[in-house]
Design a protein around this ligand. Structure first.
Ligand code: NZQ
Ligand code: ZN
Length: 384
């Protein structure tokens, strides 16, 4: 097992009715900025629950954080934080609202150009404390210290991370997710699945506990995903899916093992250029990364084939093919197409993405750092 530091102080309040306990988690003297997206929380009653819980607090509001949150929008919220002396941020929504709020938290206490936090990975030395009320199980943002932000003007989608933007607490009430359209559930299943895959389908380092935890999440997603799609108000299925998504990216399964993240890096380019939802980009890219890197991932792909999909017959090559095929079929079965053509992406996009990654110095992706721009081109060619 590799050396690691594991730190996760995020307090999770999980289950029905937990929004009512919010007030106890935020100092009564706090000046809170409640951040949210395009209005889903007003339609499904979550906004009313949050406002009722915070009746005794001072609450300002900032709505309109879009999916794949824009730097341009978030900077407006930073101005509100500064003007109103906000000292607590409460993100209510999906991963985009949570991520955007993490950026607001860091940017409000950052002395230079906030874009440097993303483009230059400028160190964060302070951040406004934040909490989240999560309404979309997918990203794991509710229990980690990373965020992804898009500068709309240049179509660049970049991430940053800092323990200082880990939420103080996150409320996960599965009932808040009952209003999600099936498309977002499918996206969330694929996102959580791919988070696990990027920390599990690498090479063995003698970490059977992390492997089995990863396999447990994958198998639970395979079991519960279709159930929660079929019946959006099945509380048990939704709760299990929600906890899977959180556990997939809170650092636990990734401690002490190699990470890939090539699929996410390439996927972000597809979102930035074509506006494809995050989870959908992963469904396009992951099967092709596994296919291209099948030799260096051989041992883990065979383990995945057997333990997750029960594939034991055939040659090694046949079992690997079958496992990749089952992965693609699973994504399709939850309503997420897996080919560039399904989204109308022209092949001219492939050299453009290769060039953009090259210009940014993202030339050594994957757990071995051997996915160079030419290999990214091959991955995308396999996704046509
Ligand atoms: O904006 P509103 O009106 O709230 O509507 C949202 C949005 O249109 C809607 N929605 C959310 N909860 C709902 C709901 N609609 C009905 N009922 C509900 N309960 O869903 C739409 C999508 O929301 P969004 O937050 O964009 O989706 P998601 O949670 O998938 O977040 C995606 C963002 O997270 C980033 C992605 O890159 C993308 O920008 N990620 C963040 C990560 C992290 N912080 O660790 C890791 C991930 O790999 C990912 O990169
Ligand atoms: Zn993701």
């Amino acid at each position: 097992m590799n050396n690691f530091t594991f730190y996760n102080p995020v307090k999770i309040l999980f289950g029905k009715g937990q929004i009512a306990r919010l007030a106890a988690e935020i100092p009564v003297t706090a000046r809170i900025l409640l951040t949210y997206g395009g209005g889903s929380i007003k339609a499904n009653g979550v906004y009313d629950q949050v406002k009722a819980a915070l009746a005794g607090h001072t609450v300002f509001e900032f709505g309109g954080i879009e999916p794949n949150p824009h730097l341009e929008t978030l900077l407006k919220a930073v101005a509100v934080v500064r003007a109103e002396n906000i000292d607590f941020l409460l993100a209510v929504g999906g991963g985009s609202v949570a991520d955007g709020t993490k950026f607001i938290a860091a940017a409000a206490r950052f002395a230079g150009d906030p874009w440097d936090i993303l483009a230059k990975q400028a160190p964060i030395t302070a951040a406004v404390p934040l909490g989240t009320v999560l309404t979309l199980p997918a990203t794991g943002s509710e229990m980690n210290g990373t965020a992804v932000v898009t500068r709309a003007a240049t179509q660049e989608k970049l991430y940053f991370g800092s323990p200082l933007v880990m939420p103080v607490f996150s409320v996960l009430d599965p009932e808040t997710t009952f209003s999600l359209p099936p498309k977002q559930i499918g996206n969330g299943i694929v996102d959580a699945f791919t988070h696990v895959a990027e920390q599990y389908l690498t090479y063995p380092v003698g970490a059977p506990l992390q492997d089995r935890m990863a396999e447990a999440i994958l198998k639970t997603l395979i079991e519960e995903g279709p159930k929660t799609l079929a019946d959006p108000t099945d509380y048990a299925a939704r709760a299990n899916f929600m906890w899977c998504a959180t556990m997939a990216l809170n650092g636990l399964i990734g401690a002490g093992v190699p990470h890939d993240w090539a699929t996410h890096t390439i996927g972000h380019e597809l979102t930035a250029l074509h506006g494809i939802d995050h989870g959908r980009t992963l469904a396009i890219v992951l099967p092709s990364v596994l296919a291209l890197k099948r030799d260096s991932k051989r041992a883990k792909l065979l383990q995945y084939a057997e333990r997750v999909w029960g594939i034991t017959a055939g040659t090694e090559a046949e079992r690997i093919d079958a496992a990749i095929g089952r992965t693609r079929a699973f994504f399709e079965s939850v309503g997420v197409p897996t080919r560039l053509g399904d989204y109308g992406v022209p092949t001219e996009t492939i050299p453009l993405i290769v060039e953009r990654l090259e210009n940014r110095g993202a030339v050594a992706l994957g757990e071995h750092g051997d996915i160079d721009p030419a290999a990214v081109g091959k991955v995308l060619a396999l996704s046509v």
